[in-house]
Ligand binder design. Structure first.
Ligand SMILES: Cc1ncc(COP(=O)(O)O)c(C=O)c1O
Length: 377
């Protein structure tokens, strides 16, 4: 039998190589490789226009952007955040000497549960760092209300939320700052990359200085900044990627719809809500494997692997279960029952432009197999 081609949870969006060459030629002619060069400036403007945001500061990756966002707002003490995310969310706090305080998630969205935030606020709390997990908007109105009442900043980890809209505007416009990732696995990638979205020019200036060592001019350094700059190659690539993003998103939407229809009749498999209509970006396709399904989550995960389907258990383990967090009082599993349950049930199925209909059908067939396989007597 011919060996099957492995199917991964995602495949990076890549334009035709030929189309990238003119950008490279320009860079070679200009000899400007980084430090807010012309492609960097063009990409910032193009992303503001595409996403519908006022100011954007490009970064070398999303993690540096998160770390810098915390510095920009001078966050210290304790920050309330979700355990159900990629480790970079909480790591960005630790790298800034800030204590993460984990709060459980909402069972429907798997985002930070606003109803549980207030009980976690102490005199040391300075901010909330929620995550729009899988691109699904958080309950931004409730979070804003709590932040206003307690005078807290809100920094959204919006790494998954490229292009997501909420109540008629970009979801990136909520909170004091939002941080996005352009990592290879994201729906819009610049190989590596990220950005901070901010509401005003003054904050942008501060962030732009912080990501460039704190330099104001050749001889003036105003803060202990870092090197977070995006290079001209990444920025040029981003400009080219933007040309194909709508077509890519449309393909993701169609795959999402196909999974939903085909999985609808499989007992014990729950597809997470994908946001409201056009608002979603279909960055991930998470399913929850419930008690009514005959196999455990890990058995199904293994069955997919046997057929070379490399789905992923995002987010397992929970951040709060990693060694640098698990001894914190807020990391106790008993305090995070919804996140613990989701983490033990979730599988993100492959979704990316170009994923063929017959592969989607084959993945669904593996999931439905316990109900369709007849045992010979
Ligand atoms: C929720 C979340 N936050 C932060 C990051 C970090 O972004 P980057 O990989 O661009 O550093 C990622 C993913 O990579 C993520 O999924």
């Amino acid at each position: 039998m011919p060996k099957k081609t492995p199917v991964y949870v995602t495949q990076p969006l890549l334009p035709d190589l030929q189309d990238f060459l003119p950008y490279l030629e320009t860079i070679w002619e200009n000899k400007v490789l980084t430090n807010a060069g012309p492609f960097h400036q063009q990409l910032e403007q193009a992303l503001c226009d595409y996403l519908g945001v006022k100011h954007i500061c490009l970064f070398a990756n999303g993690t540096l952007a998160l770390m810098t966002a915390l510095q920009a707002l001078r966050i210290s003490g304790e920050v309330i955040t979700t355990p159900y995310s990629f480790v970079a969310t909480a790591h960005s706090l630790l790298w800034n000497g800030i204590k993460p305080v984990f709060v459980d998630v909402d069972p429907v969205t798997l985002n930070l549960d606003p109803g549980k935030i207030e009980a976690a606020i102490t005199p040391h709390t300075t901010a909330i760092m929620p995550v729009h997990c899988y691109g699904q908007p958080c309950d931004v109105a409730s979070i804003e209300k709590i932040a206003d009442n307690y005078n807290l900043k809100v920094i959204y980890d919006a790494a998954h939320a490229f292009g997501v809209r909420h109540q008629g505007t970009s979801v990136l416009n909520y909170g004091d700052l939002s941080v996005i990732s352009f990592h290879a696995t994201k729906i819009f990638n610049t190989f590596e990359g990220g950005a901070i979205i901010c509401p005003d020019a003054k904050t942008k200036l501060r962030i732009d200085r912080l990501k460039n060592f704190g330099f104001v001019d050749e001889v003036t350094v105003v803060a202990a900044g870092i090197n977070g700059k995006m290079s001209e190659i990444n920025a040029a690539f981003g400009l080219l990627q933007l040309k194909g993003i709508d077509a890519a998103r449309e393909q993701r939407r169609a795959i999402d719809a196909a999974y939903r229809v085909q999985l609808a009749g499989v007992p014990g498999i729950h597809c997470l809500t994908a946001g409201e209509g056009d608002a979603a970006n279909h960055a991930y396709f998470p399913i929850l494997v419930g008690p009514a399904y005959p196999l455990s989550r890990d058995q199904l995960f293994g069955a997919l692997r046997e057929q070379e389907i490399y789905a992923r258990r995002y987010f397992y383990p929970l951040i709060s279960d990693f060694p640098m967090y698990r001894d914190m009082p807020s990391a106790a599993p008993a305090r995070l029952p919804i996140a613990q349950r989701a983490s033990s049930q979730v599988i993100c199925l492959p979704i990316y432009p170009g994923l063929a209909d017959d592969i989607v059908a084959a993945i669904v067939a593996i999931i439905a197999a316990p109900f369709t396989t007849t045992i010979d007597s």
